[in-house]
Design a protein around this ligand. Sequence first.
Ligand SMILES: [Zn+2]
Length: 340
Amino acid sequence: MKRIFITIAAISTLACSYSLVLGWGTWGHYHINKGAVLALPSEMGMFFYNHSDYIMEESTGPDMRKYTLKDKAEGPRHYIDLERYNYKTPAGMPRTLDDAIARYGKDTVDKYGILPWYIQDMVSKLTTAFKNKRKQEILFLASDLGHYVADAYMPLHTTINHNGQFTGQDGIHAFWESQLPELFGRNYKLFVNQAGYIGNVEQAVWNAIDSSHRLVPVLLATEREMRKDNPEDKQYVMAPSGQPLKNKYNQPVHAYEYAHVYHELLNGMVEKQMRAAIKMTADLWFTAWTNAGAPDLSDLDPDYVTQRNKAYYKEDMKAWKKGKVRGCKVDKEFEELAKH
Ligand SMILES: [Zn+2]
């Protein structure tokens, strides 16, 4: 029975896991952006809900630009190698991207990453889009912002050892951010309190980065300890060649039991980071909107669209209050994997 499952898991993971290619993976990014829509107060929430399919789809847009379109400017927006900046506390870091470039030079920041500064820039751009009530810009920027915020809550996006490559743990990045939520995310309780206003965006973003970074040692050490007790064929799904099976992004696929134990030992870390990402995304959307003077968004869509979606919104909100983010079309895709 187990063998059959592992085969299913291996195939599904092979087909669906975007590993390094898609940040949190499709499952994570879709649920974070949709969760953030549901965490908005209704005067914003209905408009965002009308476009929640787009907001979910575009949640992986920045990774598409990075990997599929090979947009060079895109890469450094997704991470920050804090060790390279000799990071100690947020107070010691440049306040804006311009400050960072002035201090380190553009080539250096492009190499070591700009994630926290880029999030702040996105919030400013989104604020302008709200002020001008430009619908497409609002939706595009809000969706992309959700992506980068999600990346900030993935601890390995804040470290030079981003794939465990310096500690003999190659593949842990995709393992943590794609395979674990794809396997176990179905049982997560993702509900967060309604979006609130952030008075100091810079500080809030750095706090997020800082708390993510603090999780890096335990995230890595937990798996490193497990390796000691588990030979390779217990760690990975093995390919017929006798080597660990690789997904199409050349990342090793971990065995279900191994994933299960690691997930348990992490004691809710993935779930908590997802929830925190949802809350921060919603808070930053709400903050941008508030700073833009809280414009009325109800006239941006034809009335019939809003009327048509009202009942679905209500249903989704009911499920949301129980912790569930409904209506992500990726749910079906990963159902087999999570059935175990
Ligand atoms: Zn990313």
